[in-house]
Design a binder for this molecule. Structure first.
Ligand SMILES: [Mg+2]
Length: 275
């Protein structure tokens, strides 16, 4: 767990693909971490590949590209994935031609349409599949639609299961809280994508051409970023710049403990690329 060891530096510098969480890792809400911009620049200069990955399915990939560009990260189209992208990829590969209802933001709906999946309208009474996304424009009508469809036997999927989303001021209810609402009414739980789901790892391997042993992941959440690494053989580093407090680490079993802990990407950058 010591971040400053030479063996940690050697291990991380051997990796080919650096998977970066976004919220809590590169920025916190609207506050960009300047050291994160510096770290990504240094990774590129060292010939490393970067993949920005977020469970937040409230915005589509193009929106994240613009946001990260504005923050100075200079992302390329293939370098960003959301849990929404993974869900869409699953539907394209394994559920072609099925009717799909999506509870999500306009951005999420637009990314479904761009992939050739035209979501059913609000008020739909039937769907082969009901997808729950992080809907920051949630209404009672949309919740009722989801409950009706799930109770009625539609296949139930969720982009991810995070209970909370941290902005710079407070914890907000995320997908997991919406899943709990629907479970209270319907008794049903979804098959979920995003970190740390296995479907996500398969897609990352496919997109990057890298094996899990050639990847490392940096993120601020134990239940998503670190769990994804621990369950899939990817070296994982916890950053204390977001949602996780150091006290949470003391009681963790070895199977859930991050390989490395850093205060932020600033510490990682100084270790890997000393000036
Ligand atoms: Mg995060």
């Amino acid at each position: 767990m010591m971040a400053s060891s030479a063996s940690c530096r050697a291990e991380l510098l051997q990796k080919k693909l650096f998977i970066m969480d976004m919220d809590g890792t590169l920025y916190l809400g609207k506050t960009v971490f300047p050291f994160a911009v510096r770290f990504v620049k240094n990774l590129r200069a060292a010939g490393k590949r970067v993949l920005f990955f977020t469970n937040n399915s409230s915005a589509r990939t193009e929106t994240y590209i613009e946001r990260l560009k504005g923050h100075g990260f200079d992302p390329q189209p293939g370098e960003i994935m959301t849990s929404g992208d993974v869900t869409i990829e699953f539907l394209k590969r394994h559920r072609p031609g099925k009717s799909v209802y999506v509870m999500g933001t306009e951005d999420l709906l637009a990314s479904f349409r761009a992939a050739g999946i035209d979501p059913l309208p609000e008020g739909s009474r039937q769907a082969d599949i009901a997808v729950l996304g992080y809907d920051t424009t949630l209404t009672y009508t949309k919740l009722s639609d989801m409950c009706r469809l799930v109770r009625g036997g539609s296949e139930y999927l969720a982009t991810h299961t995070d209970l909370t989303c941290l902005n710079e001021e407070e914890l907000l209810p995320d997908c997991g809280a919406m899943i709990a609402f629907i479970k209270a009414m319907s008794g049903k739980e979804p098959v979920a994508f995003g970190k740390p789901n296995r479907e996500t790892i398969g897609m990352l391997c496919e997109v990057s051409g890298c094996a899990p042993s050639e990847m490392c992941i940096f993120g601020d959440m134990l239940t998503t970023d670190i769990a994804m690494g621990k369950r899939n053989g990817i070296t994982c580093s916890l950053l204390l710049s977001g949602e996780t407090h150091p006290e949470q680490l003391g009681s963790l079993p070895e199977s859930e403990a991050p390989d490395y802990v850093f205060s932020s990407l600033d510490e990682v950058d100084r270790l890997l690329f000393p000036q």
